[in-house]
Design a protein around this ligand. Structure first.
Ligand code: APR
Length: 166
């Protein structure tokens, strides 16, 4: 089931929240900063051993002080106008995060709006990719069975509300 919630993703008690990280996995601003602040220093310690993450791929860590059991770190593409494979890379972020959730048999997962902040991905285009990738994955996978789009800003909320017809 797909749900849309306007919330700070660090508040959600789910099996995994997804972090819109950068390729170093060593923290940053935006949702990355919020997740590291809420999780505490142990998260960064574990991330240091992951040796970074290429754009479009995903890696999993524990959630530490977060209410969620795990954090799935994925690295979205920086928007360069749309002719640099950004759409495929963004779809890969959602797909690879879901694949990790399935591999770890996680039932509930929450996504932020990957790449639509600092990385400048147009929000409506990103929402289409997120929703289509998730819907396609859930057609052939029982897990995760609760998927939350955790939108933070009102613009994204309006966009998802309309596209999800909720
Ligand atoms: N909960 C949920 N969503 C949030 C939160 C939060 N606490 N804080 C920010 N967001 C939303 C933003 O409103 C935006 O819609 O997350 C979305 C992604 O924005 P960014 O966090 O800027 O991520 P992104 O655009 O993918 O850029 C990643 O920013 O923070 C750095 O280290 C990160 O270098 C990486 C880059």
């Amino acid at each position: 089931m797909i749900r849309l919630i306007q919330t700070d993703i660090t508040q959600l008690k789910v099996d995994a929240i997804v972090n819109a990280a950068n390729s170093s996995l060593l923290g940053g601003g935006g949702v990355d900063g919020a997740i590291h602040r809420a999780a505490g220093p142990e998260l960064l310690k574990e991330c240091r051993n992951l040796n970074g993450c290429p754009t479009g791929e995903a890696k999993i860590t524990k959630g530490y002080n977060l209410p969620s059991r795990f954090v799935i770190h994925t690295v979205g593409p920086v928007w360069h106008g749309g002719n640099d494979n950004e759409d495929v890379l963004l779809a890969n972020c959602y797909y690879n995060s879901l694949l990790l959730a399935q591999k770890h048999n996680l039932w509930s997962i929450a996504f932020p709006n990957i790449s639509t902040g600092v990385y400048g991905y147009p929000k409506s285009l990103a929402a289409d990719i997120a929703i289509n990738t998730v819907r396609h994955f859930l057609e052939s996978s029982k897990v995760p069975n609760e998927l939350i789009f955790a939108v933070f800003d009102l613009e994204n909320f309006r966009i998802y509300e309309e596209k999800l017809n909720v």
